[in-house]
Design a protein around this ligand. Structure first.
Ligand code: ACM
Length: 465
């Protein structure tokens, strides 16, 4: 039988009691009206009322909070919101072992509202089914935002009305790093991903990277270049060489069409505009560009997220810089916080899932160093940047860039077990976290990955069972 705290992320409080609840073929689940579809994720038979497992709303607590009472005869779930009931389902799924649940009381709530992971579908495209499988695998750890990096120098992966060559040309065969990652989402595909995610309480955060990382757009539409001349297609991994043109109205007509469409297709509050590694854009042009584009994001009802270079310009208070580099301080991000912005914390040397686990690892890059599981776990976002304290953090996000990835198994190998480490940092109270406990719980989780055929890296920092 599992221990009551054998859960990732570790709950705020777990008080064991004697005994256990045995799940039998007769065990049924009852739920408050409107909650039955959430309780169904437990995968047990439903009954309109009187089930031994009961889900109810009405808990007085923040969004996503829940409580569990497990005894020999019943399981009671109380949640503040349907999202809290879904979080409770994930906890229960982790606790079920050999048809039993350990008895006791769990009270749980998230530290940060934003717990994210980014998937780069530009350097290598992943199909709708692959993204759905990824969503299924991440929600187990209470990740609630999936950031899709939809465009880059090597590919453009979302259909945009009025600009068909973006995907016809830059989503076609031969795109992606090494020409090996072709594909794109039609508007229907993207909507299918958004809906699938929403049914699992995951908000999609679409990223259109600009003003840099735009060679795929310029290859499709030479009118977006400075001289209007065609540029070669690029499938290498260099960065920092392409830029939209800051003093061209064609640029802003294009960007507005894209932002309008992406905003219309995306129910969530965020639209990520990239802004990173704009070495081919002068600082003046960068300011000009952002001063035109940030208001467009607001015009279409979204909150702008951008890599933290965006914070070199004056930001609206609603804008969210995402810190991604390895330096110990960042003036722009601190200034944005002083002006009222919240920050997403994604330092590459801790949260970048594309960093190799160890030298010579067959996948990944190492520009931010190797990131073994203990390194992904042993840090705290509230200590990371001067001027960016706990209250200024919207949350934490892990990022998986796909230059070296070719398959779903590659994605999973880089994601697990590091994403659970980042998820625990983002959900659990700081004082509840502990590396010896985490490595024991990861080992206890691994049979589930093996049973469902999810690849993971058998990190030597863990004593696998
Ligand atoms: C980034 O890794 N260029 C945000």
């Amino acid at each position: 039988m599992r221990r009551l705290d054998d859960v990732i992320p570790v709950p705020v409080s777990a008080v064991p009691a004697d005994g256990h609840f045995a799940i039998t073929p007769a065990t049924q689940v009852s739920a408050d009206p409107g909650l039955a579809w959430v309780a169904a994720f437990l995968g047990l038979p439903a009954a309109p009322s009187g089930g031994a497992i009961q889900f109810a709303l009405g808990l007085d607590g923040p969004d996503e909070s829940y409580e569990l009472d497990i005894s020999d005869s019943s399981v009671r779930v109380r949640a503040a919101t349907p999202a809290g009931a879904f979080a409770a389902v994930q906890t229960l799924r982790q606790l079920i072992s050999e048809g039993t649940l350990p008895a006791g009381h769990i009270a749980d709530r998230p530290r940060f509202a934003y717990r994210g992971v980014m998937l780069d579908v530009a350097r290598h495209f992943f199909t709708v089914d692959e993204v759905k499988a990824f969503i299924d695998a991440i929600v187990a750890f209470k990740i609630n935002h999936l950031h899709l990096h939809l465009t880059d120098d090597q590919g453009w992966r979302l259909e945009i009305p009025g600009w068909p060559r973006l995907t016809e040309v830059s989503g076609a065969s031969g795109t992606g790093v090494g020409g090996e990652g072709p594909g794109f989402y039609t508007r229907d595909h993207y909507t299918e991903i958004v809906s699938y995610a929403a049914e699992r309480f995951v908000t999609i955060v679409p990223e259109i990277d600009m003003p840099g990382h735009v060679n795929a757009a310029q290859f499709a539409y030479p009118a977006l270049t400075a001289d209007g001349n065609p540029v070669p297609q690029r499938t290498d991994t260099e960065v920092g060489y392409s830029s939209l043109v800051a003093d061209s109205e064609t640029t802003y007509a294009f960007v507005e069409d894209v932002i309008r469409e992406v905003a219309a297709l995306t129910p969530g509050p965020f639209l990520h505009i990239g802004g990173d590694e704009a070495q081919a854009t002068t600082p003046d042009d960068y300011r000009t560009f952002m001063s035109r584009v940030l208001p467009l994001v607001g015009k279409y009802g979204k909150r702008a997220v951008g890599w933290h270079e965006m914070a070199n310009v004056e930001l609206p208070e609603t804008a969210v810089p995402q810190f991604w580099r390895t330096e110990p301080a960042d003036d722009g991000t601190a200034r944005a916080v002083a002006a009222g912005s919240q920050v997403i914390m994604s330092p590459a040397d801790r949260t970048y899932l594309d960093m190799k686990y160890e030298p010579g690892f067959r996948l990944g890059l190492d520009w931010a160093g190797c990131v073994e599981l203990d390194r992904a776990y042993d840090w705290d976002p509230a200590d990371r940047l001067p001027g960016v304290p706990e209250h200024a953090l919207l949350g934490v996000e892990a990022a998986l860039w796909s230059e070296t990835l070719r398959s779903r198994a590659d994605v999973e190998t880089m994601t697990f077990p590091r994403l659970p480490a980042i998820a625990e940092i983002a959900w659990s109270p700081r004082e509840a976290r502990d590396w010896p406990s985490f490595r024991r719980r990861v080992a206890a989780y691994a049979p589930r990955w093996r049973a469902e055929g999810t690849a993971y890296h058998p990190s030597p920092t863990v004593d696998w069972e």
